[in-house]
Ligand binder design. Structure first.
Ligand code: SF4
Length: 316
């Protein structure tokens, strides 16, 4: 696979072409769509999207399409296997001289349900085989397309359709969010990064950097989700930005055996992030104060591991 032929230094270098067109059936303010739009701007039209079941299935409602790229729909479990088939078919056709020998990217697109849970095995196998592909997980931290049920990505103390508050406990989800970054990192992919729609240059630079590498190029993106997380669509980028500023969603990359944090948090108090989302509204009942303290502890514990601590008075 050839690397991209342009370099992204400033926002002015952003490719003008659009490959995700407006007018989709997604919810207003969907952060996942912004991420996909930016991602496709970098890898370009010469791409085939292999889309596992999830919210973004609705980018293609036959006979209409919001994408300028090729598209293959698969079940939850097997998008990376579909990507392997596409990659092999393209390489074989190129070898036989039946199609031009030019760069065609294969991009797996899944929600967190497929990435963290149902499709984890086939993703593991694809990385094990060093499949040359991109993988973008738009992580809205629940099964958004079917009514926001708990997934392996759902964070502690958020309420979902299957972890309602008051029936079994007052907290909502009791388990911590699965650490997919570390699970994927154990496979030593060529490139691994977290991204956010609220940090477009960070996102696009990472995709551009990954394009120079052969093998699995893995991305986990924070998908601010007004419908499931419970906030006004106009706040979508604010929620995505607060996730990074509070330290809850670290922006980082793993390449050449090294983890680098690309944007450092301001350690804005986590309450600022929690209070704008209905899925956390129960935490502001005084009897649930302990749950907020636990979230803070977990955030600080994460950053302490990397020797990054808040200045006094922040994150209190
Ligand atoms: S449910 Fe959430 S992630 Fe799915 S399309 Fe709507 S806003 Fe986007």
């Amino acid at each position: 696979m050839e690397p991209l032929s342009f370099k992204l230094n400033t926002v002015r270098d952003t490719p003008k072409d659009e490959h995700l067109y407006p007018g989709s059936s997604m919810c207003a303010g969907c952060g996942a769509q912004t991420m996909i739009r930016l991602f496709l701007k970098v890898i370009g039209k010469n791409s085939i999207v292999v889309n596992a079941a999830g919210c973004m299935t609705l980018l293609q409602t036959y006979p209409l399409s919001n994408l300028s790229t090729g598209w293959l729909y698969t079940a939850f479990a097997c998008a990376p296997a579909g990507a392997q088939g596409i990659r092999d078919a393209l390489d074989s056709l190129i070898d036989q001289g039946k199609i031009p020998d030019e760069k065609i990217n294969v991009l797996v697109l899944t929600g967190d349900g497929a990435a963290y849970d149902i499709g984890l095995q086939s993703t593991s196998a694809a990385m094990d085989r060093s499949l040359d592909f991109y993988y973008l997980c738009y992580d809205n931290e629940a099964y958004g397309n079917t009514g926001f049920q708990e997934s392996g990505a759902t964070p502690y103390a958020s309420k979902t359709a299957t972890t309602p508050v008051g029936r079994v406990n007052d907290i909502g989800t009791l388990k911590p969010k699965k650490d997919l970054f570390e699970i994927w990192r154990a496979h030593e992919p060529s490139y691994l990064a977290t991204i956010s729609p609220a940090y477009p240059m960070d996102l696009m630079k990472k995709v551009e950097e990954a394009s120079h590498l052969k093998g699995p190029k893995m991305f986990i993106g924070f998908a601010s989700c007004p419908t499931g997380m419970g906030f006004d669509p106009s706040l979508s980028m604010r929620v995505a930005r607060l996730a990074v500023e509070t330290g809850i969603w670290p922006l980082k990359k793993y390449a050449h055996h090294e983890i680098t944090h690309t944007i450092l948090p301001k350690f804005t108090p986590v309450e600022e992030y929690l209070k704008v989302q209905n899925r956390y509204s129960h935490l502001f009942n005084p009897k649930n104060e302990e749950a907020i303290s636990r979230i803070k502890e977990q955030v600080l514990l994460y950053w302490k591991k990397f020797g990054i601590v808040p200045k006094s008075n922040s994150h209190s």
